[in-house]
Design a protein around this ligand. Structure first.
Ligand SMILES: [Zn+2]
Length: 198
């Protein structure tokens, strides 16, 4: 997931580097729409896994994000990393199982490193979750999260199931900066044409 504050614009230009493709144009066909496979047992404690996690951290930090899932770097494995100052300590979640607590959802703001330029403040998520996952050495852990941390985890978990936040967005047009800019440009153009005609 991209930054929770307005500094997201810094990450947009580099965000396509994360996936190595113009994901916004190819979402339906990409690895982003696949259900990822569990990380194989043999990978725990391996240099391969450690290297992948390190690369994911680099991509996330470079793009100014707070979370990134393996499918976003082209690897269809059930694994994501997340780190949000004051909200979520840097953690690697491998083969996570997420329990959504309660029935109620809250609307909140999200963006995604794989969908540059699209942001919404109306993405529904559960307020609290409990996550069981493995760390890089294969040790099983369980942790509870709420608020922004719970939101980031639900966003990243969705990436492992081929789901993107735009699928849940209840108000995509009003909060989509390219669309907003396009509307402004169209209105300007029409005003100008009317001015020329009259
Ligand atoms: Zn995302």
């Amino acid at each position: 997931m991209s930054q929770v504050d307005e500094s997201y614009s810094h990450g947009v230009g580099r965000a396509s580097v994360v996936t190595g493709s113009r994901v916004t144009l190819q979402i339906e066909a990409s690895v982003l729409r696949m259900v990822a496979r569990p990380v194989p047992e043999a990978m725990f404690g391996s240099e391969t896994l450690r290297h992948l996690v390190e690369e994911m951290w680099i991509c996330m930090v470079e793009a100014g994000g707070v979370g990134i899932a393996a499918p976003q770097v082209g690897i269809s494995w059930r694994l994501f990393v997340a780190s949000a100052r004051d909200y979520l300590p840097s953690t690697v979640f491998i083969n996570p199982e997420v329990e959504l607590i309660g029935d109620a959802t809250v609307l909140g703001e999200e963006g995604c490193l794989s969908i540059p330029g699209w942001r919404s403040s109306k993405v529904p998520r559960h307020e609290k979750v409990r996550v069981s996952y493995r760390d890089m050495d294969g040790v099983a852990r369980t942790e509870g999260y709420e608020g922004i941390a719970a939101r980031i985890i639900q966003h990243e978990l969705d990436h492992l199931n081929g789901r993107l936040f735009i699928d849940l967005d209840e108000h995509p047009i009003a909060d989509n900066p390219p669309r907003r800019r396009a509307r402004i440009a169209m209105a300007e153009m029409e005003r100008r044409l009317q001015g020329e005609g009259g």
